[in-house]
Design a protein around this ligand. Structure first.
Ligand code: AMP
Ligand code: MG
Length: 432
């Protein structure tokens, strides 16, 4: 199977095209309270319910005035005061100033606000300080300057974080329509894998991939569904695949290498899989398998409310990824390939992966050794303004080194040959 494996770029393009097709299917919609909206995806464009700002607003504490009058530097009587929250005053009488607070409506007739710090006030009069000038529009945010009533502020498919929550609140939306989260089946495989709470016997290890992928699925907007670990046995795998067949996305870990007990690929084939690729020229993660298999309702899964509420309830195919079992391999291949498919299933317009540029730290020197694109656990330090972040590789002992990965916050991308990354060079990083 190792002949003519796709490069990273080729495999990524294949996944992006697949995700693009999935993205055309509109997932089902539910309504959630604003407090539960972060991490979800907008199912309906957000529109301004009124002008933003809703009235001409002072952006400073000071005195509303006519710029031409204030520019004469003569004392102007203070005709009134408007605090934030007050209704707009009726108007600014000619030849006067009006005391005003930040966030308060500017009285009609005023065309500028002189900052408190820029005026001399005495005996109920204010005068623009001698060395200060003032222009029309200064310190006033015009009504509708940010948005007009009815304007589309955010398109459908926007991922919701704190900023979108703030905007929704400003528009009076206490709840939002969001897409249903795709249900992601996580099937770990391996005779040696035991659950966290079991005491591992000699030769056994705890299942770290299940919880790790569940966390990654949640972060990527999916709903994890952890299946019991399957043993390296054809029948166990067939049963597990049948059980998983009504998920929206299936992640399998382990059993995709070339070993005698790597039985996942044949099991997928028996389940009717069509493979997009069975290996990618990357390290770690080379044995990655991607494809789709028939999706069907499974009455045995009581928790699965298939009837019309799942995002792709009508879809007849189930995309799957067979991730290599080593934890770092599973993490890298999830971020690079599974996360974009999950994003598409969740209705998000942003599909990953998130690459950025960073400067290689002193003493960090990476040669590409092979025709594989490498992703090395690394730590990125976000530097001063105007500086690129600096990235240093975390010492690691191969793709089973969970401790090294847990001390990283990104992966350094080392391109395939013939590249040499020297200290100080600009390099790509994969953020997570
Ligand atoms: P495999 O891809 O099945 O050849 O497994 C590669 C390595 O990853 C082996 O050392 C496995 O023990 C380890 N591994 C596989 N599955 C898991 C898992 N769920 N949690 C932690 N390590 C795993
Ligand atoms: Mg195995």
């Amino acid at each position: 199977m190792s002949t003519a494996l796709p490069s990273y770029d080729e495999a990524a393009a294949q996944v992006a095209a697949y995700a693009g097709q999935l993205g055309r299917v509109r997932p089902s919609v539910e309504r959630v309270e604003l407090g539960r909206a972060p991490g979800r995806v907008l199912a309906r464009a957000m529109c301004a319910d009124r002008d933003q700002p809703p009235f001409a607003r002072s952006s400073r504490d000071g005195f509303a005035c006519r710029a031409v009058e204030a520019s004469a530097h003569v004392p102007l009587p203070v005709a009134g005061i408007t605090r934030a929250g007050d209704a707009p005053a009726e108007g600014l009488p000619p030849g006067s100033a009006w005391e005003i607070m930040t966030g308060a409506p500017v009285p009609p007739g005023a065309d500028a606000v002189a900052m408190l710090e820029h005026v001399e006030a005495a005996n109920g009069q204010v005068k623009l300080a001698a060395k200060r000038t003032i222009a029309v529009g200064e310190n006033i945010v015009a009504q509708g300057a940010h948005a007009r009533k009815g304007d589309e502020l955010l398109p459908t498919g926007t991922a919701i974080t704190a900023a979108q929550v703030a905007l929704a609140a400003a528009c009076g939306s206490a709840a939002l329509e969001v897409f249903i989260r795709p249900r992601v089946a996580i099937l770990t495989t391996g005779d040696e894998i035991v659950p966290i709470k079991s005491l591992p016997a000699p030769g056994q290890i705890r299942n770290s991939n299940g919880p790790m992928l569940a966390a990654m699925v949640v972060a990527a907007g999916g709903e994890p569904w952890i299946l019991p670990t399957a043993t390296d046995n054809a029948r166990a795998l067939d049963t597990a695949l049948a059980q998983a067949a009504d998920a929206d996305l299936l992640l399998i870990t382990g059993g995709v290498s070339a070993g005698k007990f790597d039985l996942v690929e044949p099991a997928l084939a028996r389940a009717g899989a069509r493979f997009e690729f069975t290996g990618v020229r990357i390290q770690p993660g080379k044995p990655l398998v991607f494809g789709e298999m028939p999706r069907h309702r499974n009455p045995g899964n009581k928790t699965n409310d298939w009837a019309g509420t799942r995002p792709s309830a009508g879809a007849r195919t189930l995309p799957f990824f067979g991730l290599p079992g080593n934890p770092v391999s599973s993490a890298v291949t999830f971020l690079l390939f599974a996360a974009p498919v999950l994003a598409a299933l969740s209705g998000s317009v942003e599909t990953g992966p998130r690459f950025a540029l960073a400067r290689l730290a002193p003493k960090t020197d990476k040669h590409s050794k092979t025709d594989l694109t490498r992703f090395l656990p690394a730590r990125c330090t976000f530097g001063a303004a105007g500086e690129l972040p600096e990235v240093a590789v975390v010492p690691w002992q191969g793709s089973g080194d969970l401790a090294a990965m847990a001390n990283s916050n990104c992966f350094l991308v080392v391109p395939a040959e013939p590249q040499h990354l020297e200290p100080g060079a600009t390099a790509r990083i994969l953020l997570y």
